[in-house]
Design a protein around this ligand. Structure first.
Ligand code: IPM
Ligand code: MG
Length: 359
């Protein structure tokens, strides 16, 4: 059975980094027996320019028919003045909602060669290996009512609603507990149960689930303000963190910064069937788009996550991750991680990974 992929390069550096990931997929197909085929489609601002919508119907259909989607990045200053309904970011939210991608996995792992690049002291970040499991299709991002209204007296009123049902909490809980079983067996659930009722429910449901189905996993709870503080104070205490859509948005950015390079971090967004969307967690970096300076490793590592979580090709996932670790150990650096040292370009980095794959 040939795996069918949708490739959505998107905006800014998206096409630059996705091109390197496609080279890796091509090598896996031609030299390692991966049965895979793909089609490309426009998404984000690029799609808006072409069709007037950031997520055209044809792109959504392609994504829906695929086993996995590889996305580069969306957004850029060119489209910032657009109405919310057609902003490039809407394409991401639309794909998440339409594909039912409720589970967002954002690993933040420190590569030993790069601990010096972290904003924190090397001894604080050495060895960190955190998996943020973020709920992705609920919470305040999608709750109704939402919007801005004009009041009779001329003031305006903006509303968003934080809402979770017990089944939504339970299914993200399963994902986090299952992942914890394959790692260190620890889950920290992050909420604001001291203030927000919706997250009081969150804590209750996660606690019940742990007691009932995962007595072997050590569950702890933390308020989000404390979690944000602990992440910079002593990040190595964390393994799997499970949290709401908005807290996960914020904490995953914070966790990524600990590792020294946001250019190295992949992510996966999965639905109930195991289909998923894979993307680097960094943005579209429009200032360096097309200059050949972007770091393609996060996108290449997203291919590895795709192999692992959607295509069931764990040995090849290991191989890709091993190749990336190898090029870093061998000293290959794009400008974002080069410090004052010598740097290579996007395509050279991609070629180095492919050479390491074949070794
Ligand atoms: C992310 C991004 C998105 C989010 C934006 C671009 C809609 O920040 O994937 O973390 O807030 O979810
Ligand atoms: Mg974010």
């Amino acid at each position: 059975m040939t795996h069918k992929l949708a490739i959505l390069p998107g905006d800014g550096i998206g096409p630059d980094i996705v091109a390197e990931a496609v080279k890796v997929l091509t090598a896996l197909r031609d030299d390692f027996g991966l049965e895979v085929a793909w089609d490309e489609a426009a998404v984000g601002g690029t799609a808006y320019d072409e069709t007037g919508h950031p997520l055209p119907a044809a792109t959504l259909e392609l994504a829906q028919s695929a086993e996995a989607v590889l996305l580069g990045a969306v957004g850029g200053p060119r489209w910032e003045a657009l109405d919310h309904s057609v902003r490039p970011e809407r394409a991401l939210l639309g794909l998440r909602k339409e594909l039912g991608l409720f589970a967002n996995l954002r690993p933040a792992k420190a590569f030993p060669e790069l601990v010096e690049a972290s904003a924190l002291r090397p001894e604080v970040v050495a060895g960190i290996d955190i998996m943020v499991v973020r709920e992705l299709t609920g919470g305040i991002y999608f709750g109704e009512p939402s919007g801005v209204e004009e009041l009779a007296d001329g003031r305006r009123r903006g509303v968003n609603t934080l809402v979770y049902t017990s089944d939504e909490i339970e299914r993200i809980g399963w994902v986090a507990f299952d992942i914890a079983r394959k790692r260190s067996g620890r889950v920290c659930s992050v909420d604001k149960a001291n203030v927000l009722e919706a997250t009081e429910l969150w804590r209750e449901v996660i606690t019940e689930l742990g007691e009932r189905d995962y007595p072997d996993v050590a569950l702890s709870h933390m308020y989000v303000d404390n979690a944000a503080m602990q992440l910079v104070r002593a990040p190595s205490q964390f393994d799997v963190m499970v949290t709401t859509n908005m807290f996960g948005d914020i904490l995953s950015d914070e966790a990524s910064m600990l590792t020294g390079s946001i250019g190295l971090l992949p992510s996966a967004s999965l639905n109930q069937e195991g289909a998923g969307m894979y993307e680097p967690i960094h943005g579209s970096a429009p200032d360096i788009a097309g200059t050949g300076q972007a770091n393609p490793l996060a996108t290449i590592l997203s291919v590895a996550m795709m192999l692992r979580y959607s295509l069931n090709e764990a040995p090849l996932a290991d191989r890709v991750e091993g190749a990336v670790a190898r090029v870093l150990a061998d000293g290959w650096r794009t400008p974002d991680i080069a410090g004052n040292g010598e740097a290579v370009g996007t395509a050279e980095m991609g070629d180095a990974v492919i050479a390491a794959l074949r070794e």
